[in-house]
Design a protein around this ligand. Structure first.
Ligand code: GRG
Length: 272
């Protein structure tokens, strides 16, 4: 199976599992469940769950637990986007070409849909993972999204609203807001595979570098952040260098990491 076919198949597996984990639209309170599903099924690329799954494969594991953890990460990612779009944060009306959650369901319901997605993410880990791995997974994921991770990055980013962040601040924002969760995805795949410290470290190095590259490429699309500060040429070169470095970190896995390396190339060559 080539990478495109593999990604297509894994995305379907993830979507099916997400559908199973989410409360049905017909269940009360319907507005909450509709809002949760609206944002989860609105055309996300699913790159984070794909990274969890490919990391588990590179470590030689069956992907069942990785699919569960990948779904948990996607629910958290969706929660972060709903809250990021709120009037008190970025105040966006559209995401992925559709109305944002607060525009479609009202601000209170959007906040609560995000809250419920976060709770559900940890619930599906606790319910479906063997106790052997659940603790380590919850620790890693909560570290990644907490004050020393995504939330911390968002707070710093908000503090720079209307001002221009310098190179060091921008690096810190991108590292915490975006790269830390990418790093977590591939570490989580390795954890569910029962991999050792050396493998988990190599995955962390890979994930962190592709996460930074992912954000720079996003900035090139938006003419913002890194691209605005350093210019598009340097942004392109730096993202290429980060992906080269990321792939090098995977050398300890040999051929088993080929698909993960192809996802790294996709990060660079994607069209959005
Ligand atoms: C605790 C996770 C958490 C969040 C609370 C609101 C908030 C604090 C943080 C915002 C974080 C944020 C919006 C980071 C940007 C990350 C990013 C690059 C998003 C775009 O990701 P894609 O391109 O999106 O993978 P799709 O649409 O494909 O899912």
């Amino acid at each position: 199976m080539n990478i495109k076919e593999q990604i297509f198949k894994d995305k379907k597996t993830v979507d099916k599992a997400l559908d199973k984990f989410l409360p049905k639209k017909s269940e009360e309170p319907k507005v909450l469940h509709r809002a949760m599903r609206y944002s989860v099924f609105s055309g996300g690329k699913r790159i984070r769950p794909l990274l969890v799954i490919e990391s588990a494969r590179a470590c030689g594991a069956n992907i069942k637990d990785a699919v569960t953890v990948g779904c948990a990460v996607e629910l958290i990612h969706t929660f972060s986007l709903i809250h990021d779009d709120l009037p008190s944060m970025d105040n966006d009306d559209y995401r992925r070409g559709k109305l944002t959650s607060h525009k479609a369901f009202g601000e209170a319901n959007a906040i609560l849909a995000g809250d419920a997605l976060l709770a559900l993410a940890f619930n599906i880990i606790a319910k479906n993972l063997s106790p052997k791995f659940a603790g380590a997974v919850i620790k890693e994921l909560s570290d990644a999204i907490g004050p020393a991770g995504v939330v911390g990055g968002q707070v710093i980013d908000i503090a720079f609203k209307g001002k221009r962040a310098g190179a060091r601040s921008l690096d810190r924002i991108n590292r915490l807001k975006t790269a830390r969760l990418f790093e977590s995805c591939v570490k989580l795949g390795a954890i569910t595979a029962g991999a050792g410290t050396r493998e988990i470290r190599a995955m962390a190095a890979f994930g962190s570098s592709i996460g930074m590259a992912f954000q720079i490429v996003d900035d090139i699309f938006d003419g913002d952040g890194y691209a605005k500060l350093f210019g598009e040429g340097r942004a392109r070169r730096d993202s290429e260098e980060l992906v080269r470095k990321a792939k090098k970190a995977l050398n300890i896995f040999g051929d088993q990491a080929e698909k993960l390396k192809e996802i790294a190339d996709y990060v660079l060559n994607r069209t959005k």
